[in-house]
Design a protein around this ligand. Structure first.
Ligand code: ZN
Length: 300
């Protein structure tokens, strides 16, 4: 560069370096602050879980997502899909364990917990249109306040704190089953008698990715079976005693009696009758067994 003295060019380059260093420092500071903000909000690619799970699936939400909850409340959350919506009929995908603590999954859990608390005793991700194997459940004293103490005892229904299970797998324990009316947020306004296993073991991951493994009985076992069905594209109407199907305001009306074509009348309560399975249940079990043995082989 002609016309510039040596002293001049040194001073100029020093000034340039200083400016560059200052800019880099400023940029780094910004990034750190931004990262901290994103971590707290949970929309970072990888963030911490919004709570801690216990071995029985109980989910203790931390206050740190209070901000996220406010946003969720402000945007009203998603509608619960109704029967006919395709996500309710697809088999949902497993969540990779390393994905559990991402903002995507943590926000999903937080939204599901809120919808469940506001509207029912259980919710599966496909009901919000997300085809992932995530369920939440909770039963509260207030939620069961319209059911008599006698009925609650018959249903083995007891309050429990909110649980989150990712990739849940159920295994029936014993042969006992129970037939009671149940409903679904995705079949709004109706109820039908559904026979479910009385007792199940549930294994999977908690909301923070830690393993959960617990045994549920009575109403909690029913909720688990209902929600896991959702993950497999199954609605209770696929398993119901179809002649008991009714509008919710007809719940107290008498059950239908014996029928020449449809057989014996349904009796509510516990028994050893087998649960109603899908038309292709044995084929589905074969497929499941094949997948499991393949997984076992891969691990070896
Ligand atoms: Zn449902």
């Amino acid at each position: 560069m002609r016309g510039m003295t040596h002293a001049h060019s040194v001073r100029a380059s020093t000034a340039r370096e200083t400016r560059a260093r200052r800019e880099t420092r400023a940029r780094r500071g910004c990034e750190t602050r931004a990262r901290r903000r994103m971590g707290a909000r949970g929309d970072d690619a990888r963030t911490r879980a919004y709570g801690a799970s216990e071995p029985d699936g109980t989910w203790r939400e931390k206050n740190l997502n209070a901000f996220g909850n406010l946003i969720n409340v402000a945007r009203g959350g998603r509608e619960v899909l109704q029967a006919g919506a395709p996500p309710l009929r697809d088999v949902a995908k497993s969540v990779a364990p390393e994905r559990v603590e991402t903002g995507e999954i943590q926000e999903l859990i937080s939204e599901m917990v809120r919808v469940c608390k506001a509207r029912g005793v259980g919710l599966a991700a496909p009901q919000l249109g997300t085809r992932l194997r995530v369920i939440v459940l909770e039963d509260t004293v207030e939620g069961m306040s319209d059911v008599s103490a006698k009925e609650l005892e018959r249903q083995k229904r007891k309050p429990f704190a909110v649980k989150v299970v990712i990739n849940p797998e159920l295994e029936p324990i014993g042969d006992a089953s129970a037939a009671f009316f149940e409903g679904c947020l995705s079949v709004a306004g109706y109820r039908a008698v559904v026979r479910r296993h009385l007792k199940v073991r549930c294994r999977g991951l908690g909301g923070d990715g830690a393993p959960v493994d617990f045994v549920a009985e009575g109403w909690q076992a029913r909720i688990l079976q209902h929600e896991v069905d959702h993950l497999n594209g199954v609605l209770y109407t696929d398993r119901m005693e179809s002649r008991t199907f009714r509008r919710v305001d007809m719940l107290e009306e008498a059950l239908p009696g014996d029928h020449p074509e449809f057989g014996r009348a349904v009796v509510l309560g516990e028994s050893n009758e087998p649960v109603v399975r899908g038309r292709n249940a044995s084929a589905a079990e074969d497929a499941e067994a094949r997948v499991k043995s393949r997984r076992r082989n891969r691990r070896r």
